[in-house]
Design a binder for this molecule. Sequence first.
Ligand SMILES: Cc1cc2nc3c(=O)[nH]c(=O)nc-3n(C[C@H](O)[C@H](O)[C@H](O)COP(=O)(O)O)c2cc1C
Length: 181
Amino acid sequence: MTFTELILARQSVRRYANIAVEPEKLERCLESARLAPSASNSQPWKFIVVDQEPLRTEVAKATFSDIQLINKFTLQAPVMIVIVMEKAKLITRLAMLVKKKEWPLIDIGITAEHFCLQAAELGLGTCMIGWFDEDKIKKLLQIPSNNSIGLLISVGYAVDGYPQRTKIRKPNEEVISFNKY
Ligand SMILES: Cc1cc2nc3c(=O)[nH]c(=O)nc-3n(C[C@H](O)[C@H](O)[C@H](O)COP(=O)(O)O)c2cc1C
C-alpha cells in the first residue's frame, strides 16, 4: 500500500468480527504509536491494552449509555486501547502556560492516528472513541486520579463485507487557503 492508499483505506470501523487480534499486529500498532512525534518530545501518553474479560466489556460499556448508544459497537471489539494523558515535560508545561496551548492533547491525537494507520496497513479496523465515562474507566483500570484519559481506540477485524466508505470531507476551498485566511 502506498501512503495515499493507506490514508484512503483507514476508516472508522464500527462492526467487528469475532476474531482475535494477533499479538504481533497489536505490538506493531503500539510501536508505531510510540514512535509518534510530540511537543518537546514529551511523549505524554501511556497505552493501556484492554483485552481481558470482564474488563474489556466493562470498558466498552463505559463508552455508551441508555440515551447515547452510538458507541455500543465497542462491545464487539476484541481490544480496547485506552490512551492515558501523562504530564508533559516541565519545559513543555511552562511553554504551554506562556503560549496558552494544550499540546498533550495534540500529541495524543497524533499518536492515536499513528496507531490507526498502522492498524489499517495490517488489515485491522479501528475507531477512535472520544465519548466515554472517564471516571468509570479510571476506576476500572486503576488510573491515578490526577491523570486524564485522552482517547480510546477500539481494535479488531471488520466484519466480512464491511463497506469501504467514500470519505465525506469539507471541500478544499473551505479548508485550504494560500497566503491569507
Ligand atoms: C477525537 C475523536 C473522537 C472520536 N470519537 C468517536 C466516538 O466517540 N464514536 C465514534 O463512533 N466515532 C468517533 N470518532 C470517529 C469519527 O467520527 C470519524 O473519524 C469521522 O467521522 C471520519 O470518519 P472516518 O474515520 O471513517 O474517516 C472520533 C474521532 C476522533 C478523531
